[in-house]
Design a binder for this molecule. Structure first.
Ligand code: NAP
Ligand code: GDP
Length: 327
């Protein structure tokens, strides 16, 4: 089996490539040009002579570069296409709405248009988001909950999410949305709140820093673990028919609870170290976000098992080790 992954250098892309390589796949990642060749989440695999250039390949392109995407896809002829790339930060999407929409919304349209011309087209998975629901009046949300985003990121994902349905229903593509609730890991980007907290807890424990500055700690999320989510993404493309699936734990926690788990793990009391700053406050906070993943449980046999406390401990341990090494 041959798979293409956009966003392979990101949190999910790196775990998914690991997952697929372990199952014998040939994996092709799309990477964009940057001023550094550092790809820390992929280093282990790129430095593995038995994999890189043999079963793992990286190709330069960009979600804005239709010509190179088309060329790469017609050369590779993949069986499966996992589209994970995009500007993934909700808060930042209020500051850079134009590029967020260009990459996340139009980028997805460009790929669907290319797939439409490939015969046979690969099975396609789009990493959609619970942000498409904005602040829903129904909780928990399922695949039939009305789309009503309230952030530029959510609006861009909603556009892409709806297009995936259009290309499935009208053009016959095997195209699916994984409507993902938050999922975290030691590879989470450092400007997401869980990673910000795990780095701070580790740094304060080691005496490298003194405080953590946050926005709203009463914000609530349905947080899961990224390794379990990429497993579900793969399962979606193994189904007999294409469908959309909610991927969520169905359990909600506050930022405050996550912080408590992370700090307690290293014997600290968060209250002594955390300060509020208005600049991390969002223009609008979604509420009532809790996913109902009953379809995924039933049809994919997927049940997330890792608790938020375990996830917090895993992330803090990783950052402790990393900070000790760099110190
Ligand atoms: P991430 O760590 O931020 O990774 C994003 C990936 O997109 C990176 O590989 C990035 O490349 C790539 N990318 C960004 N702009 C690009 C461009 N113009 N051309 C090509 N590649 C580009 O995100 P993630 O957490 O793995 O999430 C994966 C997907 O799931 C995203 O679409 C995200 O919006 C969606 N999602 C995630 C969550 C979550 O909780 N993690 C929840 C709902 C939905 P660089 O490394 O070069 O920056
Ligand atoms: P999101 O759900 O994709 O926006 O994930 P984030 O990790 O960025 O944010 C989760 C929640 O944490 C949001 O409700 C934020 O308002 C809240 N939060 C509080 N302080 C911070 C902070 O310093 N950084 C971030 N990123 N979020 C924060």
């Amino acid at each position: 089996m041959r798979a293409v992954i956009t966003g392979i250098t990101g949190q999910d892309g790196s775990y998914l490539s690991e997952f697929l390589l372990a199952r014998g796949y040939e994996v092709h990642g799309i990477v964009r040009r940057s001023s550094t060749l550092q790809r820390p989440r992929l280093d282990e695999y790129v430095n593995d002579q038995t994999l890189y250039g043999k079963r793992l390949f990286l190709h330069y392109s960009d979600l804005t570069d239709t010509t190179s995407l088309r060329r790469i896809l017609s050369r590779i002829q993949p069986d499966e296409f996992y589209h994970l790339a995009g500007q993934s930060h909700v808060g930042l999407s209020f500051e850079i709405p134009e590029s967020t929409c260009e990459l996340t919304a139009m980028g997805t349209l460009r790929i669907l248009e290319i797939l439409r011309d490939i015969k046979p087209a690969p099975r396609f998975l789009h990493a959609s988001s619970r942000e498409i629901f904005g602040t829903p009046t129904i909780s928990p949300q399922n695949e039939d909950t009305p789309v009503n985003p309230n952030s530029p990121y959510g609006a861009a994902k909603a556009f892409a999410n709806q297009l995936v349905k259009v290309y499935r229903d009208s053009m016959g593509l095997f195209a699916c949305n994984a409507i993902c609730y938050n999922h975290e890991s030691p590879r989470r980007s450092e400007n997401f709140v869980t990673r910000k907290i795990s780095i701070a807890a580790a740094g304060i424990k080691l005496g490298i820093r003194k405080e953590l500055v946050l926005g709203s700690i009463d914000a609530v999320r349905d947080w899961g673990c990224a390794t379990e989510f990429v497993d579900a993404m793969w399962r979606i493309l193994q189904q007999p028919e294409p469908r959309d699936y909610i991927l969520a734990t169905g359990r909600t926690h506050t930022v405050r609870e996550f912080m408590q788990y992370a700090f307690e793990h290293v014997g600290l009391n968060w209250v002594e170290h955390v300060r509020f700053d208005q600049k991390f406050q969002r223009p609008i906070e979604p509420e009532n976000l809790r996913g109902d993943a009953a379809r995924a449980h039933r049809e994919l046999g997927w049940t997330p098992k890792i608790s938020l406390r375990e996830l917090a401990a895993m992330m803090v341990d990783h950052d402790l080790e990393r900070l000790k090494r760099t110190a």
